[in-house]
Design a protein around this ligand. Structure first.
Ligand SMILES: [Zn+2]
Length: 375
């Protein structure tokens, strides 16, 4: 048993001061006011370990992550990717697309983050990310695929509602499935006790996923061909519904000229994120870490910075990466808050992230189930 003290403690909902956290057997035993502790981290802030709701451990964040899938050593690269998240204070990741269900069994234990995984995303024949192995077209084939995924032990079903950027012959502004197929997937997932999230870029794909009862939407970028056109009526419907939007926000600068498509779409995507926040849409961050050099593993704190720059209140951004993300990932009984009984997955950063969100980029200490793994 040991105790940790920091000047500030963000408990997943609110910022508190002068609290001491007692940790025993990998869990938080008690949070109480106090000034003395075994580990005193001084003028720091203690937070629940962060949760990135959308990563791809199988993608190496290099210039051609799809080709690299076939290179020898994929499980080893995935373990390294997972460790990078943990080093950044991201103690839980949701992997939304791997090959052969590898993310379910990397064998890292407490040397990596907790990994919640979808396995190969369900997609149409030769549709977006078909090369991950999740092709299913008809309602019956989709139901069968959902059951197979559940049998493999996935934590979430991921479905490619629209095309995407990584796959030749696939287009973000076109949807891949109709209402009946999406409804079949959602009903089957829910019957098996699993949440379902939809990759959706274009507005009619977003609308269909919403109507089919999906629990969350990835990207939600309103891409129409070569530009972005926001649908404010649809944004209002997203805000009124239970659904959570997982914002694919976060990138790091890389040398050279950005790709033309990135330059063309990014202002509209950021404007969409601003509009959804203004409308009150529930959100988390799902960085899509791994899909290219701008999206290295461990990216989540960079996404937080962008949202604050867009006008998101820092406290809501912190909640989105902790308690709200835990709700989306269905781990509120263990993750996303600092409170008695919760897993002792913790992140300490210097200073106050409410005053300067970039504080998140400099972890002082990371605890995974009570074990200090980085410091
Ligand atoms: Zn993705």
């Amino acid at each position: 048993m040991f105790t940790v003290r920091t000047a500030r403690l963000f408990d997943g909902r609110d910022m508190r001061h002068d609290q001491v956290v007692t940790i025993a057997d990998g869990r938080v035993r008690e949070v109480s006011p106090g000034t003395r502790a075994t580990v005193d981290l001084g003028d720091a802030t203690l937070l629940p370990g962060l949760i990135d709701c959308h990563v791809h451990l199988a993608f190496d964040a290099g210039p051609d992550p799809v080709a690299m899938l076939d290179a020898p050593g994929l499980p080893g690269r995935m373990r390294e990717a997972a460790r990078r998240h943990l080093a950044a204070g991201v103690t839980t990741v949701r992997d939304l697309g791997d090959r052969d269900y590898l993310a379910l069994d990397l064998g890292l234990g407490l040397k990596g983050p907790e990994i919640l995984a979808a396995g190969p995303p369900i997609t149409t024949t030769r549709g977006h990310c078909w090369w991950l192995g999740g092709e299913a077209d008809s309602e019956e084939a989709i139901r069968q695929a959902v059951r197979e995924h559940a049998g493999r032990g996935v934590h979430v079903i991921k479905m490619m509602v629209t095309g995407g950027e990584l796959t030749e012959g696939s287009h973000s502004h076109l949807r891949q499935y109709g209402a009946a197929e999406l409804r079949a997937a959602a009903d089957e997932a829910h019957a098996l006790g699993l949440p379902i999230t939809g990759h959706a870029h274009c507005a009619d794909g977003i609308a269909l996923a919403l109507e089919a009862g999906f629990d969350s939407i990835e990207h939600c970028s309103f891409i129409t061909g070569d530009t972005v056109e926001l649908d404010h009526g649809l944004i209002a419907r997203l805000a009124a519904a239970e659904i959570v939007v997982s914002l694919s926000i976060g990138n790091v600068p890389v040398p050279g000229v950005p790709p033309p498509r990135f330059v063309a779409l990014m202002p509209g995507i950021l404007e969409g994120a601003r509009a959804m926040y203004a409308a009150g849409v529930d959100f988390v961050i799902g960085t899509d870490a791994g899909i290219g050099p701008r999206k290295p593993h461990g990216l989540l704190p960079h996404g937080a910075k962008i949202l604050v720059e867009l006008g998101y209140a820092p406290i809501n951004v912190l909640r989105s990466m902790t308690s709200v993300a835990a709700r989306v990932c269905r781990v509120t009984d263990r993750k996303g808050r600092i409170a008695a009984g919760m897993d002792a997955d913790l992140l300490a950063v210097a200073g106050d992230p409410l005053a300067d969100i970039t504080a998140l980029r400099h972890p002082l200490a990371v605890f995974r189930m009570g074990r200090r793994v980085f410091s």
